[in-house]
Design a protein around this ligand. Structure first.
Ligand SMILES: Cc1cc2nc3c(=O)[nH]c(=O)nc-3n(C[C@H](O)[C@H](O)[C@H](O)COP(=O)(O)OP(=O)(O)OC[C@H]3O[C@@H](n4cnc5c(N)ncnc54)[C@H](O)[C@@H]3O)c2cc1C
Length: 426
């Protein structure tokens, strides 16, 4: 019997493709009428890339993503703190990709339409609720844009809510939870055509908890003027009186709220204010997450991706963790069929793992090194080891990889979550 998936984001579409791979019928219900390539750049880490490769998506990823080669942290003065190789260069068997979120979502959508058929990827279907039936679950949808009540009710064996940080399913299960929690920081994000920097495939982070800049290239080839698309995120801790607006991935940024704070960040290897000023469209987004909850699975319904564990976009984990959820759900459906037992087994593995990550991201994840440097040497330093020992630097990086599940040797030695040839029993 069919698995119903609410939400056609990166998590929901990966789940649909994974279920198709093992021969289990699935239907995706997406709230919006047309999935547009929204958002800016994201990183997909090797453990998640590996699962996309098992889905046969390597060529498509290669064609549209940049293989991230290095991650490097700098102080607000542009001085190096820590750098580490990434992807194949770090010894993983799989690359790390920097890619536009919209490109990744479109790639998954096109493949899902191709493999599952358009009739199984329904847009203008916004989940509003469900009831359990003798054989499974009946989910109800409306067309949100027209406000017309019923877009239909559909029967399935189980319902997986992959409907993002404003999940309607989570709201039904936790009616008193309220909106996401804002931590006082605002992100401004954009993509600017500019010259390549450092290795040409480096992701950099500069600054500290109060003021930070992140950027990396998301286009493989330069344009006619020799420019690459450089994805950037500027982040500022706002005063307590700041009136923040509900997160919306499409809200236009106001340069005067952040550009002046970065005017002096002209390093000999990167012109930060130039990148901000030359960006055609920048967007604003408050840094929000939610407290981890104690249960995801209720009867034949469960949560996944940002609906289950919305986290700060620190350590490049939002999309990667949603992909891992999709693969673990699929593995458990292989073992138990599309049943509550499968959902409970998925939750038993993924809820503790992602809870740790949500909490670690609140402590700045691997970016702690930048904050420690700022606290210990706000006026600058000659060499970073005068401020932070090599051991401290190595421990912070290693601990994050362990919690997020992408230690090189451990990951290389593990079998994939779902292998290429796995098929569910008929
Ligand atoms: C428009 C947009 C832009 C983003 N941009 C970035 C970015 O630039 N950088 C970054 O790091 N992360 C970004 N994210 C978040 C990132 O994609 C997620 O953290 C991650 O991919 C987890 O994916 P998900 O599938 O759980 O949730 P999402 O990617 O948020 O997908 C959820 C999907 O569910 C749909 N939906 C919502 N409510 C319902 C409902 N009731 N019924 C049916 N469908 C519903 C939404 O329209 C959406 O397509 C963005 C998310 C969105 C929606």
């Amino acid at each position: 019997m069919t698995v119903l998936i609410a939400g056609g984001g990166i998590g929901g579409l990966t789940l649909a493709l994974s279920l198709h791979q093992i021969g289990v019928p699935a239907k995706v219900f997406e709230s919006v009428a047309e999935l547009k390539p929204l958002g800016v750049g994201i990183n997909v880490l090797p453990h998640a890339v590996r699962e996309l490769i098992e889905l046969g998506l390597m060529d498509k990823l290669n064609a549209s993503g940049v293989r991230t080669r290095e991650l490097a942290y700098f102080s607000k003065h542009g001085k190096p703190i820590w750098s580490e190789p990434r992807g194949l260069e770090a010894g993983y068997k799989w690359p790390q990709f920097s890619i536009h979120r919209g490109t990744l979502q479109q790639l998954l959508l096109d493949t899902a339409v191709e493999r599952l058929g358009r009739e199984n990827i329904l847009t203008s279907h916004h989940l509003t609720g469900w009831t359990e039936t003798a054989n499974g679950v009946r989910a109800d949808f409306i067309d949100r844009a027209t406000g017309k009540a019923a877009a239909g009710s559909y029967d399935g064996a189980i319902l997986i809510a992959a409907d993002g940080i404003h999940s309607a399913a989570r709201e039904k299960l936790y009616p008193n939870e309220g909106p996401p929690i804002w931590n006082g920081r605002i992100l401004w994000r954009g993509v600017t055509p500019a010259k390549a920097f450092l290795t040409g495939r480096t992701m950099i982070m500069a600054g500290h908890e109060i003021l930070k800049f992140v950027c990396y290239p998301i286009s493989k080839e330069p344009d006619a003027a020799g420019n690459h698309l450089i994805n950037w995120v500027a982040e500022r801790h706002m005063p307590p009186t700041y009136q923040w607006r509900r997160e919306d991935y499409n809200r236009a940024a106001r340069l005067e709220e952040f550009l002046p704070w970065f005017e002096s960040w002209q390093f000999d290897w990167l012109d930060v204010p130039g990148l901000i000023r030359n960006c055609p469209h920048a967007y604003e987004y408050p840094l929000v997450d939610r407290d981890p909850v104690s249960q995801w699975t209720f009867g034949k319904v469960t949560l996944m991706g940002d609906a289950a564990h919305p986290m700060y976009p620190i350590g490049s984990n939002g999309a990667s963790q949603a992909i891992l959820d999709a693969r673990v759900i699929t593995r458990e459906i292989l073992a138990h069929g599309p049943t509550q037992a499968a959902l409970l087994a998925y939750e038993a593995e993924r809820r503790p793992a992602t809870t740790d990550l949500v909490l670690l991201n609140r402590k700045n994840g691997p970016e702690q090194v930048m904050q420690l440097v700022e606290e210990r040497a706000p006026d600058g330093f000659e060499v970073v080891t005068d401020v932070l020992s090599q051991q401290e630097l190595e421990d912070i990086a290693a601990n994050y990889k362990r919690v997020a599940g992408f230690q090189v040797e451990a990951l290389n030695a593990k079998p994939p979550i779902v292998s290429k040839d796995a098929r569910a029993r008929a």
